[in-house]
Design a binder for this molecule. Structure first.
Ligand code: MG
Length: 306
């Protein structure tokens, strides 16, 4: 039996995984020498490593320029109230790794160029998970939704984009404005069936929410929706989530994640396919932290940062 299992591992290693989650680099593949989150280098790293997708955060300046930035303000100045060139003149616009905060249009151009090369070389392309960061003021919120739709209206890779947001109303409106672009909700507090009624086609929930509500994976799939989880940086959590059947895993450690998900085993007696992650000494399962009960408790302490 042991020999058969080893053969199964070798087979899957040679020919790729079976139904393993796609790996999404959180804010680009930024944990890389000389890189930083939400930068051109981080996104290029994602492409160069042929990862399934890259997530990044988009905000719009007061004069309508999309930029990649996680926080609402740069050096205390709210992005939604600042003109692009005023921000650009701010020393904080240069990040610690020497790059400047990238304009969205440059990022979209990089993915377009890369997709042509990737399609020629391997037949697939790195996808885009575009998080729509909502500003505080009502008029800016409406503008953000409108500008997001405008940016995507003529983008040739729109079929490779998934829009994601913590703001349910934003998701609803984008799904109505862009019916052919998948939209997924980040909030973690709504069952998939309710989202489906509003045209939302996926959930991107904190992994502890999915541990607390594993039934949402099946519910989503029965409705034709996708399931993504964030931000998973632990081998045992990754394997557990893969076993639950999530479609995508968002991580700060994409190469580690490749390793954790790679070791896939077929039970030769039953034919069951499952992933066997690297069980680390003192792992969360051994400490009991990962028990279903504790995970449900943990789910009440979510942090709204994706
Ligand atoms: Mg994000």
């Amino acid at each position: 039996m042991k020999k058969l299992t080893i053969l199964a591992i070798l087979f899957l290693s040679a020919f790729g995984s079976l139904a393993q989650p796609g790996i999404v680099a959180h804010r680009g593949f930024y944990k890389y020498e000389g890189s930083a989150e939400n930068t051109i280098s981080a996104l290029q790293n994602t492409i160069d490593h042929d990862l399934y997708a890259s997530e990044f955060d988009v905000r719009f300046t007061s004069d309508g320029v999309g930029i990649l930035y996680h926080d609402a303000a740069i050096n205390g100045r709210p992005i939604e109230d600042a003109r692009y060139h005023d921000l650009y003149a701010n020393p904080a616009f240069t990040l610690k790794n020497g790059e400047t905060i990238p304009p969205l249009k440059d990022v979209l151009a990089i993915f377009k160029k890369a997709s042509d090369e990737q399609l020629a070389s391997r037949g697939t392309t790195t996808r885009i998970l575009w998080e729509v960061k909502m500003p505080n003021r009502k008029e800016r919120r409406d503008e953000t939704i409108r500008r997001t739709a405008e940016m995507l209206k003529d983008y040739p890779l729109r079929d490779l984009v998934q829009l994601i947001s913590f703001d349910l109303e934003c998701c609803r409106q984008l799904a109505a404005l862009l019916p052919d672009v998948p939209v997924a909700y980040l909030g973690g507090d709504v069952p998939p069936a309710q989202l489906k009624e509003h045209g939302i086609s996926g959930i991107v929930y904190h992994y502890k929410v999915i541990f607390a509500h594993p039934e949402w994976v099946k519910e989503a799939h029965q409705l034709g929706m996708t399931v993504n989880v964030w931000t998973v940086n632990d081998a045992n959590d990754a394997v557990s989530l893969s076993d639950l059947g999530v479609d995508y895993i968002t991580t700060d450690l994409p190469l580690d994640m490749q390793h954790w998900l790679h070791k896939t085993v077929i039970n030769p007696d039953t034919g069951e396919v499952r992933s066997e992650g690297v069980r680390l000494p003192g792992d969360s399962a051994a400490r009991g932290i990962g028990s279903p009960q504790n995970r449900r408790q943990d789910a009440g302490h979510r942090v709204r940062q994706c």
